[in-house]
Design a protein around this ligand. Structure first.
Ligand SMILES: Nc1nc2c(c(=O)[nH]1)N[C@H]1C(S)=C(S)[C@@H](COP(=O)(O)O)O[C@H]1N2
Ligand SMILES: [Mo]
Length: 382
C-alpha cells in the first residue's frame, strides 16, 4: 500500500542522501570545512526562492548521517502523554507548505567593528526556501502540553566539542510555546520540493519562520516541553545580546526575531557599471511584519549624513508572509567615478534599518545599512 506521504514524493528508506563532501555545491564559498559553514555570493541571491545549491550551510558540529528506517522523534517533558514516532508515522500527519527565510544570526558579522568572535560571514548567510512538513502544533497537541508549559526544546542528533566548554555538547535550542503552536512552525522534511539534504538536516528539521536561523534545529530527534527558560549552551552563550555595561553574571536577552534588513544583490561589490541609467536590485525582510518601503541612496564614498538623498524603490511580486520582498530602483550616474550605493528598509511596524546597528559582543543580528561601492566608467564590464 502506498501511504499518503509516499505518493506526495516522500523519500523511502532507500533514498537516504549520501551526504559527504560530494554534496557541497560549487556555488557556495567555504568559510570553515569541519564543521561546514558555507555561503553564496550575494549576487546569487536575487530570486524569490533560493535554489538549494545556493542556500548557505551553518553546522556547529559534523553533520550526522541519520537513517530514515531507524529515525524516531521523542516528545517528552511537561506533557500529558509523552510518545515517540517514526518517520512513516510523521508523514501520515496532514502537511503544510511554508515559504520562509532563514538568516543566520551571525550574517554580516565580517563587517562588525570592533570584530567579535564567531564565523566571519559576509552577507550570504540568508536564503528563502519552500519548506514542507508537518505543523509542530499537530505533534504537540497529541502529547498535550501541561498548563505552565513555557518553551519547547528541539534537540538535534549532532554533537561535539566547543573550545570553552569542558563537556561534549549536543545542538539544542528552545522557542516559546506560543511560537511552537503557530501554524507555520514546521517539522519539515522537504526543502524546495526535494527531501532535505544531509547538510540541511535530513531527515527532519524544525522551521521557525521569522526567527533567526539558530532556532530552526536540523536533524531533530527530541522535543521537550519545559515550564522554565531553557539554559542550554546554545541558548545562553552564543545566541544572546550582550552590550557594553551589561553585568557579566545573570541572564541575557536571547536572540529570537529577525531584525528588519535589506541587501543589494546587484550590482556586486566593486562592480564596474557604464554611465547612464542602471537598475539596482535586492531583497528585504523583517521578522516583525511585511516590508513597507525600501530606499536607495547613491552617494559620494564618505557622505555627510545631510548629503544623503534617499530615493524610493519599487517592491516587486506579492509580499510573502515569511520570505523576502524583492525591490528594484533606478539610478542615473552620468559622470564616471567612484560611488557607494546604500539601501535601507522599513517594515509595517515602523522598524527601520539603522545606518549602523548597535554593536554587541557576539556580533549577532547585524542589520546596518548595506553599502556597495561601485565604479562608473566606460568600457567593457569587468
Ligand atoms: N542540529 C543543528 N541544527 C542547527 C544548527 C546546527 O549546527 N545543528 N545550526 C543552526 C544555525 S545557527 C542556523 S543559521 C541554521 C542554518 O540552516 P542551514 O544550514 O540549513 O542553512 O541551522 C540551525 N540549526
Ligand atoms: Mo546561525
Amino acid at each position: 500500500m502506498i501511504s499518503p506521504g509516499r505518493s506526495a514524493g516522500i523519500p523511502g528508506p532507500s533514498e537516504t542522501p549520501s551526504g559527504g563532501p560530494e554534496e557541497l555545491s560549487k556555488e557556495l564559498g567555504v568559510l570553515t570545512r569541519d564543521p561546514l559553514c558555507a555561503e553564496p555570493a550575494l549576487t546569487l541571491l536575487g530570486d524569490p526562492i533560493t535554489p538549494t545549491p545556493r542556500f548557505f550551510v551553518r553546522n556547529h558540529f559534523p553533520a550526522p548521517k541519520l537513517d530514515l528506517a531507524s529515525w524516531r522523534l521523542v516528545i517528552d517533558g511537561a506533557v500529558e502523554r509523552p510518545f515517540s514516532l517514526s518517520y512513516e508515522e510523521l508523514v501520515r500527519i496532514p502537511r503544510r507548505e511554508v515559504v520562509a527565510l532563514l538568516e543566520c544570526a551571525g550574517n554580516s558579522r565580517s563587517g562588525v567593528n570592533p570584530p567579535t568572535e564567531g564565523v566571519r560571514w559576509s552577507h550570504g548567510a540568508v536564503g528563502t526556501a519552500q519548506w514542507s512538513g508537518v505543523p509542530l502544533a499537530s505533534v504537540l497537541e497529541r502529547a498535550g502540553p501541561k498548563s505552565g508549559a513555557k518553551e519547547v526544546v528541539f534537540e538535534g542528533a549532532d554533537r561535539g566539542w566547543e573550545p570553552t566548554v569542558p563537556e561534549e555538547l549536543q545542538y539544542a535550542m528552545s522557542i516559546s510555546i506560543e511560537k511552537a503552536m503557530h501554524e507555520d512552525t514546521l517539522l519539515a522534511d522537504r526543502m524546495n520540493a526535494a527531501p532535505l539534504s544531509v547538510n540541511h538536516g535530513f531527515p527532519v528539521r524544525a522551521i521557525v519562520p521569522d526567527w533567526y536561523g539558530m532556532a530552526s534545529v536540523k536533524w531533530v530527534t527530541r522535543l521537550t516541553v519545559i515550564d522554565h527558560a531553557f539554559q542550554g549552551h546554545f541558548r545562553t552563550q552564543p545566541y544572546v545580546y550582550i552590550h557594553e555595561g551589561d553585568p557579566v553574571e545573570g541572564p541575557k536577552t536571547p536572540v529570537t526575531v529577525q531584525r528588519v534588513k535589506s541587501l543589494i544583490t546587484w550590482p556586486g561589490e566593486g562592480e564596474a557599471i557604464p554611465p547612464g541609467r542602471c537598475t539596482v536590485r535586492g531583497v528585504a525582510w523583517s521578522g516583525h511584519g511585511a516590508i513597507a518601503r525600501v530606499e536607495l541612496s547613491v552617494g559620494p564614498v564618505d557622505p555627510a549624513p545631510s548629503q544623503e538623498t534617499w530615493l524610493p524603490t519599487r517592491l516587486t511580486g506579492d509580499p510573502p508572509l515569511h520570505g523576502w520582498t524583492r525591490w528594484e530602483g533606478e539610478i542615473d550616474l552620468t559622470r564616471p567615478g567612484y560611488y557607494v550605493l546604500r539601501v535601507r528598509a522599513t517594515d509595517v511596524r515602523g522598524n527601520a534599518q539603522p545606518m549602523l546597528s548597535q554593536w554587541n559582543f557576539r556580533g549577532v543580528a547585524t542589520n546596518s545599512v548595506h553599502q556597495v561601492p561601485v565604479i562608473v566608467r566606460d568600457g567593457p564590464p569587468s
